[in-house]
Design a binder for this molecule. Sequence first.
Ligand code: PEP
Ligand code: MG
Length: 536
Amino acid sequence: MDVYSGKASFKGIAIGRIVEMKRDSMEVHRIPDCDPEVQAARYFEAKVKAGEELRLLSLQCAGEIGEADAELFKVYAMLLDSFDDSVLTILREQNVNAEYAVARTGDKFVAMFAAMEDNPYMLSRQMDLRDVTDRLLRKFDGEEHEREDYHEEVILIADDLAPSEAVQLDKSRVRAFVTREGTTNSHTAILARTMVLPALCQTPVPEEAAGKLGIVDGFAGCLYVDPDEETLAAYRRRAREAAERLKSLEVLKGKPSVTRSGQRIRLYANINDPGDLESVYENDAEGVGLFRSEFLYMKRDDFPSEEEQFEAYRAVAEGMEGREVVIRTLDIGADKQTDYFGQEQEENPALGCRAVRICLIREEIFKAQLRALYRASAYGNIRIIFPMIISVWEVDRIRQICDEVKQELASEGVPFNDVPLGIMIETPAAVLIAEELARKVDFFSIGTNDLTQYTLALDVRNQALAPFFNPHHPAVLSQIRMTVEAGHRHKLRVGICGELGADPAMTEAFVRMGIDELSVSPAAILPLRKAIRRIG
Ligand code: PEP
Ligand code: MG
């Protein structure tokens, strides 16, 4: 038995035959003395086919996994468009074949992304670019490539896996995937979590492992190859227990999230898109505690109109049928970038012009979003929350702008409700002045993701800093307590909507601190309800 350690993208146990993922070789030869016009026509023909394939993939992903994940393939289509200039220049200047021009363009873009060493997000996008390049190159040979079918349960191993490959996996057979490269921040890792597939990356598994039996332990972050009987039996037991645990959670649907002593915790869901409502219902969330509206902006190449935003907010408000929906105003900036905002390049984007700072500088963007939110408030139980607050004057100014928007709507005869206004507590500054802030707002929600990174002065997406990262750092926990106490002194409800809220190891501590609400990814709702109902 051999054991290989890696980084877990999604926790879980999987047992299956190890299969090395087959890929067609993409050898491209340079053919000189070609007619640039003929080659350009061949390029555009291949590009149309690749674009059509991406459109179908997006539909497949939307149907099988979810709307939000399907957006990735629309981004791929945009990447595809960015090839035109470079390919046509190479064709014109070098008189080479179109395949060669595409391959060189792909290499150039990958090298550009690879050079962004200090930006883990861009670094992890290299795989997306390689995928787009290979997809385009395959279209020149005219062959269609079928998805591989397996006849038993398998653990796939590969150097890396593109998100489009992850989506196309035979989900009835593939139990896990393990890659030698990749990062836990890649879109492939995000898809693994949505698909509930245990996955490891940066795992040095040799090719010879293929054909042998394997066990992926996504909790310990390791792959067992050719396990001995005892290990296999132990993991079979753990896998069975995990499946039973999942099934046993079904009975908790419709039950209140209340401790044995009667303390009620609101268990809400975090969503990015109206398409996520399905999993909100499926997991019996009691409300939406964080709708990250910036995803509406990020999946497009121009500002969404007030009307488009209104439709999205109304869909969620109506879909939740009177239950609370907390919508956050755009949190663009830092790792959530959009080109069309035309933001200046920043040395330190996490400390830069992001979130509410953009809104207070560029009021026209803010007002369009607020108008859409207030208009949607007539269709359900909407609350608005503002991200990245550090000062009282910001809240005063936000309130003034909200009043202006309400006056405008009233004068136009547009119906709206009086919406409660809350703030994210996700900077140490906001914690330290929580008393003053509490006098100005209706509720608090603690964003532990940012609060942790700003408190520890550590980029949580930087894998190299993993040894220094402690999500339970006492400095973070005591700030959560301070926020709850300050909020309660002013009769505000205080929730947590960062990832820490879903950590079952912390549930009892949060309940004892008096937290009123936990807003988590939909799949975490029922396990948390179970944990809450066990607390005395
Ligand atoms: C947070 O910072 O914890 C949070 C919920 O906001 P986001 O993760 O979207 O920055
Ligand atoms: Mg945040």
